[in-house]
Design a protein around this ligand. Structure first.
Ligand code: PLP
Ligand code: COI
Length: 355
């Protein structure tokens, strides 16, 4: 493994004085990780002061969106230890996205080591406030200077970090979600399962329309039949229908969330009936009429477990659990954040202590 060089900043920034006002992803730590790909190989892994990149206007990612990213967090535990949550899963998914976007694969072990070094160096930036954490954004961009639409021959792999509060301004309060029937985010065979900027660019218009109507995120339907529920802008979704907990199956069009996977494993371990299958809005409307639609929640690194209090589909509005946090949503929030913040034992071996 190539040595990771470290150049520390000589001008450290002021850390945020009031952690209750962090917001999400707005301020950045003192250092970042950078590695280059040229002449057919990744090289020069290094930690350097956080700062602007030197890119030319012809840089390929700016034109053809050849880029991938990840989202993960470092948590300051109640025991003072700093933990990552299943980081190897993020780097494995980064490589799966790389493969789809024709980006050369990275060495996952080196990436995890680099991240642990970076978090260690900037450990004073991991928030101390309950619920806040250090959001970590690894990403790779095609950097060749060329306008032909082809696979870039040069790349940069970068990791930046941002002390962040809750993703939604309302914290754990239930969010309102709008079912999108005109636009689609992804189709099977496309890039839906990869974490790449284009998927998010494709979702912004619907997101804006939903926001104008007071909804925090869009629930996407499948791109072919416009019938099956897929996922929300930055979260996978779960429904508690009677005694069954249902989440859309992975068919290539939605992101295979690491929180989703963890929630399924926790629920199964606790003996709940969990189904990964197709699910339609009609089924939700019917379950609601029978009084069986008990809870809906989203799962994601940024959003953690996010209860949904209302679903709007066309003219139909489905209130869920009287707009309150459901029992299972709360239990999962406590369990997942409990492990992340070292409040409960990590019986699954998912957390990695950095220091
Ligand atoms: N779906 C989308 C579109 C996302 O952007 C995210 C967040 O990364 C998720 C789902 C949840 O994935 P994870 O739990 O790995 O953060
Ligand atoms: C996540 O990392 O959880 C995300 O959803 C990324 C997002 C802010 C677009």
């Amino acid at each position: 493994m190539e040595e990771i060089k470290v150049q520390l900043t000589t001008t450290p920034k002021q850390k945020p004085a009031d952690e209750s006002k962090l917001g999400f992803g707005k301020i950045f730590t003192d250092h970042m990780f950078v590695m280059d790909y040229t002449d057919g190989h990744w090289h020069d892994p290094r930690i350097v002061p956080y700062g602007p990149l030197d890119l030319t206007p012809a840089c390929m990612c700016l034109h053809y969106s050849q880029e991938v990213f990840e989202g993960m967090k470092a948590y300051r535990g109640v025991d003072g230890k700093i933990r990552l949550f299943r980081p190897e899963q993020n780097f494995a998914r980064l490589n799966s996205s790389n493969d789809r976007l024709s980006i050369p694969l990275i060495d996952e072990e080196l990436a995890e080591k680099a991240l642990e070094m970076l978090v260690d160096i900037d450990s004073d930036w991991v928030p101390h406030t309950d619920g806040a954490s250090l959001y970590i954004r690894p990403f790779i961009i095609g950097t060749e200077d060329a306008l032909g639409a082809h696979t870039s021959t040069e790349y940069k792999f970068i990791i930046i970090m941002s002390p962040s509060g809750s993703y939604y301004a309302g914290g754990l309060a239930p969010v309102k979600i709008y079912v999108e029937t005109k636009y689609v985010r992804a189709v099977i065979g496309g890039t839906g399962y990869a974490k790449t900027g284009g998927n998010y660019a494709a979702s912004l218009k619907a997101q804006d329309i939903a926001a104008e109507q007071g909804y925090s995120q869009v629930l996407w339907l499948d791109g072919v039949e416009r019938k099956y529920i897929e996922e929300v802008g930055a979260m996978n979704v779960f429904f508690v229908l009677g005694d069954e907990i249902v989440t859309p199956m992975l068919r290539g069009s939605i992101l295979p969330g690491i929180t989703r996977k963890s929630v399924i494993e926790v629920l199964k371990h606790m003996g709940y009936k969990v189904s990964e299958r197709l699910i339609t809005v009609e089924e939700l409307i019917e379950a609601n009429a029978k009084g069986e639609f008990k809870e809906m929640f989203g799962t994601g690194t940024a959003a953690v477990i996010s209860p949904v209090g209302e679903l709007k589909c066309g003219d139909t509005i489905i209130p869920i659990n009287n707009g309150k946090i459901g029992e299972i949503s709360q239990m999962l929030y406590d369990k997942i954040t409990g492990m992340q913040f070292g409040k409960i034992p990590d019986e699954f071996g998912w957390t990695v202590v950095v220091k």
